[in-house]
Design a binder for this molecule. Sequence first.
Ligand SMILES: NC(=O)c1ccc[n+]([C@@H]2O[C@H](COP(=O)([O-])OP(=O)(O)OC[C@H]3O[C@@H](n4cnc5c(N)ncnc54)[C@H](O)[C@@H]3O)[C@@H](O)[C@H]2O)c1
Ligand SMILES: O=P(O)(O)OC[C@@H](O)[C@@H](O)[C@H](O)[C@H](O)CO
Length: 487
Amino acid sequence: MTVTHRLGRGALASLPAASRPAVVPGSVRPGIVHVGLGAFHRAHQAVFTEAAVAASGGDWGIIGVAPRSRDILDRLRAQDGLYSVLTVGDGADRARAVGILGGFGHAAGDPYGVIAAIADPGVRIVSMTVTEKAYRLDPDGRLLLDDELRAQLTGHAPPTTVPALLVRGLLRRQAAGGGPLTVLCCDNLMGNGPRIRGLVEQALDVAGAQLPGGVAFPATMVDRIVPATSPDHIRRAAVALGAGDEAPVVAEHFSQWVIEDDFPGGRPAWDGVGAIMTDDVTAWEKLKLRALNAVHSACAYLGALAGRELIADSLEIPGLPAVLRRFIAEDIAPTFAPPPGVTVAGYGETALGRFANRELGHRNLQVAMDGSQKLPHRLLGTIADRRRSGATPGWAILVLAAWMRFARGYADDGTPVHLDDPLAGRIRTALAAAPDTAPGVVGALLALHEIFPPHLAADDDLRAELIRWYGELERHGVEATIAGIAR
Ligand SMILES: NC(=O)c1ccc[n+]([C@@H]2O[C@H](COP(=O)([O-])OP(=O)(O)OC[C@H]3O[C@@H](n4cnc5c(N)ncnc54)[C@H](O)[C@@H]3O)[C@@H](O)[C@H]2O)c1
Ligand SMILES: O=P(O)(O)OC[C@@H](O)[C@@H](O)[C@H](O)[C@H](O)CO
């Protein structure tokens, strides 16, 4: 099929009825500023919000802010803010346009425009999906200050970073009498609400100010697998939509959102379209980060070392699904009580089924990215909790050993693998100064206090088990190590 025209308001009438947006683009007044206009927001919060506005109304259009590159803004502006979500996984591609984006901002190019949007009284929610590293927090939630950030927070440099946008935006809003506001972090961080509240309080302190009244920071658990869009996805979206789209996102059918209901300025009727509103999201967060994200990381590091490209390929390593099931049942499940009506094993099984969705094309190297920022939230809590109970969580430690092998920068066959991580420099320096042996690598990486809390770094049993697994992976490679466990 040849697609001759591009998505935009003018193309809507020609789209199949099931592919048209639920709201007319530009027709909903903005009530949300969202920072981080990446793939995930466009396939998750934007979709929930559009459905909620279509069903129940409300001025909840979204102003999408790109923090750094303006590429996505150019693509979306050329399409009147429209883009499509390509849903894959059951053999039939489906694409539907989304029209809830009603304005744009660019933090790197026009930070004061973003701050003005945050201060606008019509805006009552500022949400974010900017990846773990953008918050500049250490694993204990301490703000990592440098001269540049300090200058941004105190108003001596343009506020282009996430902490500075939040702080300068809140102060401007307070000065303008902007009214109550909810700051909603939709990143995969444990305790994301309180963590961002702590970030804002520390950053305000540097700015010589205090948290204004009427600002809430609910925690939330977000879940939908949304890989980076590939050229093949762009081609398939155009075919499914019947119009060219330069900004589609690809996603699985599954989508889940659990949110603490603390919105002093109001919120869209997300609960009417499938979101779960709750008083306490902790059990959901632990379930998701420990029984889904950590298992995802396990697939990514073990699979990348074994030379597998996709998450779905990793699951084809003989014996790996069985090892992952034992990781979930023996190490993860004992560490928390799941939400009522959910079992950790059942949830983990569903996650494994979702990871096997080959149509997503989710690359191991994408999930493996930023391990230093992700592992504390998804893996180290499990290890710490099991160690506190006197247990040695062997499967979790195998995953950590796989990350350590991966951090060296080579797959099992000696092919270089790219370490894409904000601490890559620190990691390389630490490894270069240590012997390239199991005890040398494990010792050098455990000493990175930006990743490992002192009680784990000083745990001799953990270290010994890490060295044992690292040695197995070094001697035999991933495939033979996993096969040996299965025997
Ligand atoms: N993609 C998913 O499957 C998924 C699922 C659940 C949660 N999430 C959360 O959403 C986040 C983003 O995922 P995505 O798929 O949209 O990724 P993406 O790569 O498409 O977008 C990342 C966004 O973060 C911004 N960003 C990256 N580094 C930054 C920095 N240092 N400072 C400021 N902004 C920065 C980018 O500009 C971009 O807007 C994830 O890190 C995760 O916390 C993603
Ligand atoms: O998005 P990240 O980079 O925090 O982690 C990579 C994946 O584990 C993650 O994106 C999952 O796909 C997602 O969390 C599923 O909801």
